[in-house]
Design a protein around this ligand. Structure first.
Ligand code: ADP
Ligand code: MG
Length: 476
């Protein structure tokens, strides 16, 4: 059988597939197309430069081994990158890059990237020669670094992209790097870590960390004092600009405008921009389109809620740093009960330690429960009887009036009993009050309803499913 790009690549794929997780395979290998085979060089087409960098960083060994098996020890891999041209030309163009064998050398990626040539440096009349000698205080917090930013599935992409940027600011395609995710998931930490590492590796680079809020204040101040231009110059000489919480620019047209100009200047000059936001770009509101589209130029990487294992490691790491020991069951209890916010997790640990040392009490499960209650209670949704009736009627596809009606039809009676049961379970209302709110019944009816639900859910499988489904809907 004669070899074609396709057959060679198919063989490589089946080897690769055996050696990585199905998820990784699907993400990083299924989108690749084999395009050409010449002698011992296989060309594969990847969807973006980011893709190429990711493959080189994480899978270069695997690729090399699989390709060597197919084409011998002189095997070569050439990436063909399909890029969208962001500068107006509709034609996508391709870029050919030979694979490096060392994962961290990305020299080759600089090979005649046409993007850069098409976009000659703009002369900026404002740049004052010599300004680079200015010392700019980075505003970085050295306590937020990569070493203590624990890795997990929830942050792997963002963390790796952050590392790549830190090792080569302005020199990767992650520009800007936009880190987004919910409150307390590590955006600020990661943003600092990138800056700290850059300062470490490249002490001469001017790095600046700033919150969007402070940036806005400075801008408003500059307008008041009539030195808007100085404000802009200041930002234009920075090598690495890190702006935290850019969602705060929403609705602020003037600040967005000035940021747009600063951004363009930095980007065109190969300077690195790192941004964080509590939302993905698509969900940002009242941010100008032209700015949003720039946010999407580089990479948007999400920080998700950490899984159980990661939460446990974060707790242990925190305890270790503070020199505190805590029984395993309490660590697990905390990890199980505070799930969506690492700041709250840390807060709970700190107050647990404080309580136990102030009151000279041992850290035990009872204390942990009390403290977790303080942390989690306010995030739990207040469930009202109205809400319960709404959820139950929606579930059975009837309206609330029907649920409350006097009818004796079995499925309606059951729906009503379920509503009563959950009202008893999830609210502090008395039986009488529940009865009066759910179709003007008396307390005995509610009591009977609760008993019936209990009985039915232990004898009737279908009914148990209703209870479980509704419980999920009402408590999640
Ligand atoms: P955000 O800016 O997303 O609201 P922060 O960066 O302020 O969140 O993080 C909240 C707290 O959680 C910080 O104390 C941070 O150090 C900690 N944290 C977040 N992610 C991690 C992680 N992966 N490893 C260790 N600590 C983390
Ligand atoms: Mg933050």
């Amino acid at each position: 059988m004669s070899m074609t790009a396709q057959t060679v690549w198919d063989n490589c794929l089946s080897f690769i597939q055996d050696n990585i997780t199905p998820q990784a395979y699907k993400t990083w290998f299924e989108p690749i197309r084999a395009v050409k085979l010449t002698d011992n060089a296989l060309s594969i087409q990847v969807p973006s430069k980011f893709f190429y960098e990711w493959l080189e960083e994480h899978y270069v060994k695997l690729l090399k081994v699989s390709l060597t098996k197919e084409l011998g020890e002189h095997a070569k891999l050439v990436y063909v990158i399909r890029m969208e041209n962001t500068y107006g030309n509709k034609q996508p163009f391709t870029e050919k890059i030979p694979s490096t064998n060392r994962p961290n050398t990305m020299k080759s990626q600089e090979v005649d990237a046409p993007l850069k040539n098409k976009n000659p440096e703009l002369k900026n009349p404002f740049v004052i020669p010599g300004i680079r000698n200015l010392e700019i205080e980075s505003q970085l917090n050295p306590n937020y670094n990569f070493e203590n930013f624990l890795e997990g599935d929830s942050n792997r992409l963002a963390r790796s992209a952050g590392m790549a940027v830190a090792n080569k600011p302005g020199g990767t395609s992650f520009n800007p790097l936009l880190i987004f995710g919910g409150v307390g998931l590590g955006k600020t930490h990661l943003a600092h870590a990138i800056g700290v590492q850059i300062k470490d590796r490249y002490p001469d680079k001017t790095v600046l960390y700033i919150s969007a809020e402070k940036f806005t204040q400075q801008y408003i101040e500059s307008v008041k004092k009539n030195n808007r231009n100085d404000f802009i110059h200041f930002y234009q000489v920075i090598d690495v600009l890190i702006v935290d919480d850019i969602q705060l620019l929403s609705g602020k047209a003037g600040t967005q405008d000035v940021f747009f100009h600063i951004f363009n200047h930095l980007h065109q000059n190969g300077k690195q921009v790192v941004l964080t936001s509590d939302k993905a770009p698509v969900d940002m509101q009242d941010i100008e389109q032209r700015l949003l589209s720039r946010f999407k130029w580089g990479l948007s990487a999400e920080l998700q809620s950490p899984g159980f294992e990661t939460r446990v490691s974060i707790i242990k790491n925190k305890l270790y740093q503070d020199g505190v020991e805590m029984p395993e069951d309490i660590v697990e209890f905390l990890a199980n009960n505070i799930k969506t916010n690492i700041r709250e997790l840390e807060g709970a640990i700190i107050s647990l330690i404080a309580h136990s040392s102030f009151n000279r009490k041992e850290i035990n499960l009872e204390l942990a429960k009390k403290i977790v209650d303080n942390y989690v209670k306010h995030t739990k949704r207040e469930v009202s009887i109205d809400y319960i009736q709404k959820v139950v009627s929606d579930y059975f596809q009837m309206d609330v009036d029907t649920l409350q009606s006097k009818t004796r039809k079995r499925h309606i009676v059951q729906a009503r009993q379920l509503a009563m049961f959950f009202a008893k379970k999830l609210t502090k209302a008395s039986l009488a009050s529940i009865g009066s709110q759910i179709g003007k019944r008396d307390h005995a009816t509610v009591l009977h309803a609760c008993k019936t639900v209990d009985n039915l859910s232990s004898t009737d499988k279908q009914f148990r499913k209703y209870v479980e489904d509704l419980n999920k809907k009402l408590t999640m």
